[in-house]
Design a protein around this ligand. Structure first.
Ligand code: SF4
Length: 216
């Protein structure tokens, strides 16, 4: 059952004060940003449930890093060497939507391509805002939206979103992004309970590319 709207955005409970905080990490020629462990869903397949990070990086955060801390870290890197800077990590980046917008603007001004990996709930997290227009205006280059299931019923069972209407909100978010000209793909986690062909059809009808991912 979907939880009621409110302050129920999931936090990450597994905190170890001794681990090194990873704000950014490299993989696949990209730089990935880990700006929060909070999320508006609690997917049964989320790797946060079973491990501390990816690619050998510990992505558990004791708190959200400030924008200043993120920018200081980025200023120490040669960002032009990466294919993209990607908001992703061990949580839903749009739980910090204003930070995503400001950092995207800053990176875009520096000529750096920026991608957002998201569950597509931004319009519910930031109720009343035109989130796609804000992302487009900030200079976002690409989006990867987690479709995760071919039906709302299956999505709610697997992703356990905080907000009512999350599945439709995710589809609407994707449609608006494509109409705004943001390069967009949709993804699912490859597992037997998913009708992958139907998910691919949904993505294609919306105008997105499609990818089957391994987790998160
Ligand atoms: S898989 Fe993504 S959307 Fe689902 S709980 Fe994990 S971080 Fe949130």
């Amino acid at each position: 059952m979907v939880k009621k709207l409110g302050s129920a955005i999931q936090d990450n409970d597994h905190r170890n004060p001794m681990h090194k905080e990873t704000i950014s990490y490299e993989a696949h020629g990209n730089l990935y940003l880990n700006i929060t462990n909070r999320c508006s869903a609690d997917c049964i397949f989320c790797i946060r449930r079973t491990c501390d990070g990816v690619y050998g990086y510990d992505l558990r955060l004791s708190r959200d890093p400030s924008e200043e801390e993120i920018m200081r870290e980025l200023e120490n890197l040669n960002l032009t060497t990466y294919k993209e800077v990607v908001f992703t990590g061990f949580g839903e980046p749009t739980c910090r939507f204003d930070t995503v917008i400001r950092l995207t603007q800053w990176l875009h001004q520096g000529g750096i391509p920026v991608r957002l990996d998201t569950n597509g709930h931004a319009a519910l997290i930031c109720h009343g805002r035109n989130v796609v227009a804000e992302l487009k205006a900030a200079g976002l280059t690409a989006l990867s939206v987690s479709l995760n299931a071919e039906s709302e019923e299956k999505y709610n069972r697997m992703c356990r979103p905080v907000f009512e209407g999350s599945y439709q909100a995710m589809l609407d978010f994707t449609k608006k992004a494509i109409m705004a000209g943001i390069r967009t793909r949709m993804t699912v986690v490859g597992q037997q309970s998913i009708d992958i062909k139907e998910c691919e059809r949904i993505a294609t009808v919306l105008g997105a590319s499609f990818r089957v991912r391994s987790s998160l």
